[in-house]
Design a protein around this ligand. Structure first.
Ligand code: NAI
Ligand code: AKG
Length: 447
């Protein structure tokens, strides 16, 4: 039930942003948490902080023309939503996927404001991308697309303005092409303009692994808070991209057994634990599908086409693919199978109904803006290293990540306690993330 003032703000968001279902969902989740904050802080309502936070500072939409290997011309649409810069330059990834439209970019940019705030680092919130589908495209086609995309985007970004990174469909290969084109059109070697770079040209140790490792560290803390650990526990991960692979790697290092992962064609069940070298070879080197994993692994693994990985019984579920991938029915089945912890490696993978099922069943539920904040936090560390022309070791960077994740975990719990909702990580993350941004906005005047 929304506080009356928040209900009217939400109605206005629906009215002003028609047809953007994912953005509406992300806004509602935050508004549902922050009611108690308004009672303690009337100054936020007086200055219309919430109305301002729900309105992006700037939205850029542009044409991206490019030519495929056969000489055919294609036109895609590019987006960058610069949502909030109260805490620092806009910061957030670029997503290349055919489902991308303004509502997806706005939901991701909105989430990013609070996530980035939770890291405690000086980064505002933004997100971008395109409806370009990289699947089946050659590297030369991807390069031409990235060059065309950056030929427009470059005028809107900068190390003190807006700093993109990767997301679905944008990994180190794409970041290289994007940075190369930025450097070419601006004639500036401005390393801090984009993060997720390769180590040979200004990238940071652990950025590739950071979102997945960070999510595993977050679950480690959630399990510790329940008086238990990963040791010997069955874990299911969705996806098999950047976040999923490094989630699985760190979970296995922490003693869990990752028995399943997926892609958009189905899932693999491997009771002995996913063979990460084989998975990386197929997904990162060959860019192939998961059925190849089962075929090469032999009798140890089965590939289940066209089904959801959430039918696999597990004690820990780590959704790491895409938004709204866990339905309420999936959540009920996970709870029946003995699931005690869920952490969102992906952004908003759990539907509102599924979150209620988990919370009602006493499952520890870590929302994405807390659990997957390790990626953007390590991007902010990459910016620090670029600014000081320094590079840190893997061990030091991983320890920084671990400390940041433990701190986010503890602040979520402390804030949830303070506002009378013990154990509610969703409320803790939303309130803590919101308050830091709101306080900065109050200090900066009416901007
Ligand atoms: N890369 C990063 O640093 C961060 C990523 N995230 C989020 O993590 C999620 C995954 O991103 P990445 O691993 O970077 O992308 P990726 O492109 O490396 O991997 C995406 C994976 O999700 C799967 N997938 C995509 N759509 C799907 C669908 N409709 N059904 C089933 N599987 C599907 C793909 O097959 C692939 O395995 C996204 O929600 C992203 O926003 C969150 C924080 C940081
Ligand atoms: O590293 C970054 O700047 C962005 C990561 C991201 O897109 C996310 O946290 O969803």
């Amino acid at each position: 039930m929304l506080h009356a003032k928040l209900a009217s703000i939400y109605d206005n968001v629906l009215h002003r942003n028609p047809g953007e279902a994912e953005f509406h969902q992300a806004v509602l989740e935050v508004l549902e948490s922050i009611g108690p904050v308004l009672g303690k802080h009337p100054e936020y309502a007086e200055s219309k902080i919430i109305e301002r936070i729900c309105e992006p500072e700037r939205q850029i939409i542009f044409r991206v023309p490019w030519e495929d290997d056969r000489g055919e011309v294609h036109i895609n649409r590019g987006f960058r939503v610069e949502f909030n810069s109260a805490l620092g330059p806009y910061k957030g990834g670029l997503r290349f996927h055919p489902s991308v439209y303004l509502g997806i970019v706005k939901f991701l940019g909105f989430e990013q404001i609070f996530k980035n705030s939770l890291t405690g680092l000086p980064i505002g919130g933004g997100k971008g991308g395109s409806d370009f589908d990289p699947k089946g495209r050659s590297s030369r086609e991807v390069m031409r697309f990235c060059q065309s995309f950056m030929t427009e985007l470059y005028r809107h970004i900068g190390e003190h303005t807006d700093v993109p990174a990767g997301d679905i469909g944008v990994g180190q290969r794409e970041i290289g092409y994007l940075f190369g084109q930025y450097k070419r059109v601006t004639n500036r070697y401005e390393s801090g303009v984009i993060t997720g770079k390769g180590l040979s040209y200004g990238g940071a140790q652990v950025r590739t692994e950071a979102t997945g490792y960070g999510c595993a560290f977050f679950v480690d803390e959630m399990l510790r808070a329940r008086g238990t650990s990963f040791d010997g526990r069955r874990v299911a991960v969705s996806g098999s991209g950047n976040v999923a692979v490094y989630t699985a790697e760190k979970v296995q290092q922490l003693g869990g057994i990752v028995v399943a992962c997926s892609d958009s064609s189905g899932y693999v069940l491997d009771e002995k634990g996913i063979d990460l070298d084989l998975l990386k070879q197929i997904k990162q080197v060959e860019r192939g599908r998961l059925d190849v994993y089962a075929a090469r692994r032999g009798t140890e693994a089965v590939f289940v086409p066209g089904r959801s990985v959430w039918e696999v019984s597990c004690e820990v579920a780590m959704p790491s693919a895409t938004q709204n991938e866990i339905s309420a029915a999936d959540a009920e089945s996970l709870v029946r199978s003995g699931c005690i912890a869920v952490a969102e490696g992906a952004n908003m993978p759990t539907t509102p109904g599924a979150i209620r099922v988990f919370q009602d069943a006493g499952v520890s539920f870590g929302p994405g803006k807390a659990a997957n904040a390790g990626g953007v936090a390590t991007s902010a560390l990459e910016m620090q290293q670029n600014a000081s022309r320094d590079s840190w070791t893997f061990e030091f960077s991983e320890q920084r990540l671990r400390d940041i994740m433990a701190d986010i975990h503890d602040r979520c719990l402390l804030t949830a306690d303070e506002y009378g909702m013990p154990g509610n990580y969703v409320a803790g993350a939303n309130i803590d993330g919101f308050k830091r941004v709101a306080d900065a906005m109050l200090s900066l005047g009416l901007i």
